[in-house]
Write a protein that binds this ligand. Structure first.
Ligand code: ARG
Length: 276
């Protein structure tokens, strides 16, 4: 994670950003510090990357890389304003003992490449390019499923979908063929209208028991959540989704990151998951 010391809205690269709407920077820092504390209180280790002046979106650590099996695919940002972030994060990974594979095309890390058990779900349409999906598949050796995003408010896959975990609510997506692959696929929550008709169909087939979010919950960044398989760290404004998750046996943990919404980000955007 990266402290929002230099966080502000200085440019607009998604429909949430408006340079005329001031960010309450003190509140943003408080909200971020609380997220860190909540993760630690739930037994998760949090490491931080030093923020760099002049890179206000660097707080959105999820976009800097994807880490699966301890292998790191770096980032290459669409917006020129964010491009220098890649090197700053790469340095952190290298200093922490990871090799970083630089992508050959636009690739915004976990913003668009979402590891889901045996698969990687991959978004395209606004930021990450199709070519990066192929590259991720080669690099990680995991089936990488391309999904077309169609609504600019949900410009990154992680604003429209998140992984609940491999076991999830105990009603995993077992396909009944007895080899267990279905169960291992786990479950997701998503907002179908953010996807093209074909991609919606792909998600419906892969996750017939997915949690379906309403537009209001998606707009409250309820899908920009982090799940450890039991606790779901989620924006409390996504009340409908919070209730659905509780009904399925998850433990929703509310964390309000409202100031970050002004930049088009939420809990997941602020969190890079290191899967060793
Ligand atoms: N302002 C940032 C951008 O538009 C927000 C990134 C949010 N991160 C995310 N994982 N969706 O790039």
């Amino acid at each position: 994670m990266c402290e929002p010391r230099h966080f502000e809205v200085r440019y607009a690269i998604n429909p949430w950003m408006d340079t005329d709407t001031p960010v309450d920077t003190a509140l943003a820092r408080e909200q971020w510090a609380r997220l860190v504390q909540v993760y630690r209180d739930h037994g998760h280790t949090v490491e931080t990357v030093s923020p760099v002046e002049g890179l206000p979106d660097m707080v959105f650590a999820a976009n800097a890389a994807v880490v699966v099996d301890g292998r790191v695919l770096g980032s290459s940002f669409h917006a020129p304003e964010r491009r220098p972030e890649s090197a700053a994060y790469e340095l952190w990974f290298k200093n922490s003992g990871f090799d970083v594979h630089p992508p050959g095309s636009v690739c915004e890390g976990e913003g668009d490449l979402v590891p889901c058990g045996p698969y990687i779900l991959a978004g395209t349409g606004f930021r990450t390019e199709w070519a990066a999906h192929r590259e991720a598949q080669e690099f990680f050796g995991r089936p990488t499923i391309s999904l077309q995003l169609v609504d600019p408010r949900f410009y990154h896959l992680d604003t429209a979908l998140f992984f609940l975990g491999e076991e999830g609510d105990g009603e995993g997506q077992d396909d009944g063929d007895g080899n267990g692959t279905g169960r291992r696929a786990g479950n997701i929550a998503y907002y179908p209208p953010a996807f093209s008709p074909g991609s919606r169909e792909v998600l419906r087939r892969l996750y017939p028991r997915a949690v379906i979010a309403s537009e209001d919950d998606a707009l409250a960044f309820g899908l920009n959540s982090v799940s450890d398989g039991r606790h779901v760290f989620i924006d409390p404004q996504a009340q409908g989704l919070v209730d659905q998750l509780a009904d399925r046996g998850y433990v929703p943990v509310p964390v309000d990151l409202s100031e970050f919404r002004k930049a088009g980000g939420g809990i997941k955007c602020c969190t890079q998951e290191i899967r060793s």
